[in-house]
Design a protein around this ligand. Structure first.
Ligand code: FRU
Length: 482
């Protein structure tokens, strides 16, 4: 290993050792989510099942709780629940990635693990350069950088990144998030027969394709895959204006459903739909294992204001979402927490036929805690509001009459903030509460809200209906894996 690389990695390990005590003293440290060992984590990268193990890499700045020259951190698991931190996979030590080993993906070829990522280089005068790079590993733990395989195409700015590689028929393909010279976001496609030589196949979405012209100034982290005989393009556009209940975070992640014709290289698709309705969700990636399509997102987003998150004084910030299995029904993505998570459950509490009305809020014995899963099935609901309050951590409100579901929390600035989505006929609410996060799945994954809430203390759940409702409630404590 070049001495610069060895040095950088050494410094990152030293920082982990120095900060370990501080990080683990944080009551907001999550119990069953992936987090950085220290420093800042953002996008999940290189999701893959390789030689009997699940691998999750992540964008990582070990030195600060701010963005910077990213490393690829690495977690490995045999059961999709218990994760072990592996040695650093990539450090920004080469001329082509010296300012960050940015996001990318993994594939397996000839028994080896291939990582494709973007080398970010800050040139003179603040100019940016981007290279799509390859690194290869025989054991899935140590990677050898092979250098750039693609440079920025003419007509595009250096915002050209986040390669996602997949196999289709007898060829390899890669989608890249891009910005045209006139600052329109889009996705471009490449093909290859040997993973080293890549041919540019043109733009497949955004910037004038399928009638979408002005839809953000940059599209990040594209992912194209087939599901239920359709093709789905997941992407994270930057620069969408908020429209009522839509697009209220600084940046969005969503998907298009359509048909990708690999002969003509055209992707005909429908409208953009947000994947997650919560406050903290961005840059998701998917992978396939044993016929299941699994998605993991960054449970974070770019920050609009400079209020530090409470975890920053403990030297770490951000986390990944729970893995979710995808299904496509009527051109809509449904997302369910992976079934392996049921192994975390203990101490089941069960209440049947709980009657709610406007008189007073209902508290159920033992339906409280800091880290738990809650399942609420609704069997009757009049046209009023159904509210589920998770102590001080936030509350969920369903307005049956207007078919709107909301999540409210107190933001870091101390004021109430809200996210809302439209959903008719709400039947089930499944909530995963961790020390400092809540992920709520409605109607078996028809809509999902993922948010950070810094509430590590025990919270009493309270149910209330304006009008009448009958609900069934199940609650489990969840075991800690990290
Ligand atoms: C998305 C993103 C990617 C980039 C990475 C850098 O959050 O901006 O486009 O590769 O983060 O950390």
């Amino acid at each position: 290993m070049a001495s610069h690389a060895a040095n950088l990695m050494q410094k990152a390990y030293e920082r982990m050792i120095q900060s370990k005590k501080t990080v683990f003293e944080d009551p907001n440290r999550l119990h069953y989510h992936l987090m950085p060992p220290v420093g800042l984590l953002n996008d999940p990268n290189g999701l893959i099942f390789f030689e009997g193990k699940y691998h999750v890499f992540f964008q990582w700045n070990p030195f600060k709780t701010e963005h910077g020259a990213k490393f690829w951190g690495h977690y490995v698991s045999e059961d999709f629940i218990h994760w072990e931190l592996a040695p650093i996979a990539l450090a920004p030590d080469a001329w082509f990635d010296k300012d960050g080993c940015y996001s990318g993906s993994a594939i397996v070829n000839d028994g080896k693990l291939y990582l494709f990522y973007t080398g970010n280089v800050k040139g003179v005068n603040g100019n940016r350069e981007s290279y799509q790079c390859l690194a290869v590993s025989e054991d899935g733990i140590t990677f050898e950088k092979k250098g750039p395989v693609i440079e920025v195409e003419e007509g595009y700015t250096a915002h050209f990144r986040d390669p996602k590689v997949f196999e289709q028929g007898d060829a390899w393909y890669m989608v890249i998030g891009a910005q045209t010279n006139d600052e329109k976001g889009c996705v471009v496609l490449y093909s290859s027969n040997n993973l080293l030589d890549w041919s540019f196949e043109g733009k497949i979405a955004g910037n004038g394709m399928n009638g979408l012209d002005d839809f953000g100034f940059m599209w990040e982290c594209p992912d194209l895959f087939s599901l239920a005989n359709k093709d789905v393009l997941v992407v994270s556009p930057q620069g969408l204006e908020s429209e009522g209940i839509l697009y209220n975070n600084i940046y969005q992640s969503g998907y298009f459903v359509g048909n990708m014709d690999f002969q003509t290289k055209r992707f005909n698709h429908g409208a953009f739909t947000e994947i997650d309705r919560g406050f903290d969700f961005y840059a998701p990636q998917t992978f396939e294992v044993n016929g299941r399509r699994i998605l993991i997102g960054w449970m974070g987003n770019a920050t609009e204001d400079n209020i530090p998150q409470p975890t920053e004084k403990y030297d770490w910030v951000h986390a990944l979402t729970l893995p979710r299995e995808l299904e496509l029904k009527d051109n809509k993505l449904y997302q369910q927490p992976i079934r392996e998570l049921e192994n975390l459950r203990e101490n089941e509490v069960h209440y049947n036929q709980v009657e709610l009305n406007h008189n007073s809020a209902v508290e159920l014995e033992d339906v409280r805690g800091s880290v738990f899963e809650l399942e609420v099935s609704i069997s009757e609901l009049s046209d009023g509001l159904l509210t589920i309050e998770i102590g001080d951590a936030g509350r969920f409100v369903y307005d049956a009459k207007h078919a709107l579901f909301s999540f409210e929390r107190i933001g870091l600035h101390g004021k109430k903030e809200i996210r809302t989505c439209a959903i008719a006929d709400l039947e089930t609410i499944r909530l995963f509460k961790d020390t400092s996060s809540m992920e709520c799945f409605l109607n078996h994954g028809e809509e999902v809200f993922s948010s950070r809430v810094f509430a590590p203390e025990e919270q009493q759940v309270r149910f209330h209906a304006e009008g009448t409702a009958i609900v069934h409630v199940k609650k489990w404590n969840l075991k800690q894996f990290c």
